[in-house]
Unconditional design. Structure first.
Length: 343
């Protein structure tokens, strides 16, 4: 059944949420976070950018809540409040009171989780909700020929999940979503420092170390070192330790291997004629965390297939969704295809 084109697209990410308004483009790109009163979690103080600004600058009376974990809703009320704020901010004073929304979800998301997303978006003010799976949107946003009778492969390495998919003829042929992404890399750095230096560092420090120092393949000849300030668990004092690029590489190896395993899983289940296309056109990386240094080289070396990184990897999914709501015939084509495989 054809439906009317959505007015807005929402890429509901574990780390960042983006909203695209038809005819306008991306109007919201803010962290997926909410700040509430510690005493009364229903009393929301700030959302998105404002919430991130408050974190660390306020006293114990406020708590930050991350509405999503590993790609799925972890706190329903916080998700609803956040989405209501973003939707209102996005449509502003326009005549739209209850927009139709296209919303991104990980591949093969279970029925219960899908229902939760739909309900949260509805309660946040959208009158109709339709879904698109993240890697399909990311493939469109990367400019891949998803409607052609050829196979294209996209691997969306987000904050919470990595969604790998083969797309062809407007649909997903084989796909897998694993709960590994940028946040698991941050956590791996936190765990590494705890175990090897008895040092406790926060998530922000770990994220900075990941972006500045960590690489998926060891960077030869590099003797880069970061001075990390954290809480020394032995002396119970704030101290500095040196953290080298080699140690950062060690720390992120496990999540990188998990991403590689999922890419391989999908490739092993790809029909041979489509595999031949992928061997030629390569694997396309999207998502903020695909910017981990040398992740492209790491995957290419292990699989012997060219790997290309999108120009604006963090925007690929929302740009693909925007393209779909601006081109309704394509949206219809996508909405009527797609077979998802996952163990
Ligand atoms: N230069 C960089 N190097 C490594 N990681 C990066 C870099 N820039 C951003 N990231 C990571 O990208 C992640 C956020 O990516 P993105 O915005 O695609 O996630 P998301 O869409 O919110 O999550 P998901 O789609 O998994 O629900 C964060 O973990 C962030 O630390
Ligand atoms: Mg994402």
């Amino acid at each position: 059944m054809p439906f009317r084109a959505p007015d807005i697209a929402i890429d509901l990410g574990t780390v960042n949420t983006m909203v695209y308004v038809r005819g306008k483009g991306i109007v919201i790109n803010e962290p997926t976070v909410v700040v509430v009163e510690a005493r009364d979690r229903r009393s929301v103080r700030a959302v998105g950018d404002e919430a991130r600004y408050l974190i660390g600058r306020t006293k114990d009376t406020l708590r930050s809540v991350r509405p999503l974990k590993d790609g799925i809703i972890a706190d329903f009320d916080a998700t609803e409040v956040m989405l209501r704020y973003f939707i209102r901010k996005a449509i502003g004073a326009s005549h739209l009171s209850r927009p139709r929304a296209l919303v991104s979800i990980p591949v093969a998301m279970d029925e219960v989780s899908r229902k939760a997303v739909k309900e949260a978006v509805n309660m946040a003010g959208a009158k109709e909700v339709i879904f698109v799976e993240k890697p399909l949107a990311a493939a469109i946003g990367s400019g891949l020929p998803v409607y052609d009778p050829v196979g294209s492969m996209v691997v969306d390495v987000g904050g919470g999940t990595t969604d790998s998919a083969i797309v062809s003829l407007g649909g997903i042929v084989v796909a897998q979503s694993v709960k590994v992404g940028g946040e698991k890399m941050d956590q791996a750095i936190i765990n590494y420092l705890k175990k090897n230096s008895s040092m406790l560092v926060g998530e922000r420090t770990a994220e900075e170390l990941k972006k500045d120092l960590a690489a998926a393949t060891p960077v030869t000849g590099s003797n880069t070192v970061a001075h990390v300030r954290g809480f020394d668990l032995l002396s119970a004092r704030v101290m500095d330790v040196e953290f080298t690029a080699a140690q950062a590489h060690d720390a992120v190896t496990e999540p990188c291997m998990a991403i590689l395993a999922s890419v391989r899983w999908v490739l092993e289940r790809t029909p041979p004629e489509l595999s031949a296309d992928i061997m030629r056109s390569g694997i396309h990386l999207t998502g903020g965390a695909c910017q981990l240094l040398a992740l492209d080289k790491f995957i290419a070396t292990h699989l012997g297939i060219p790997v290309l990184t999108a120009k604006e990897p963090g925007d690929a999914t929302i740009m693909g969704m925007g393209y779909l709501i601006e081109n309704q015939d394509l949206l219809n084509a996508v909405a009527h295809s797609g077979v998802n495989l996952q163990p």
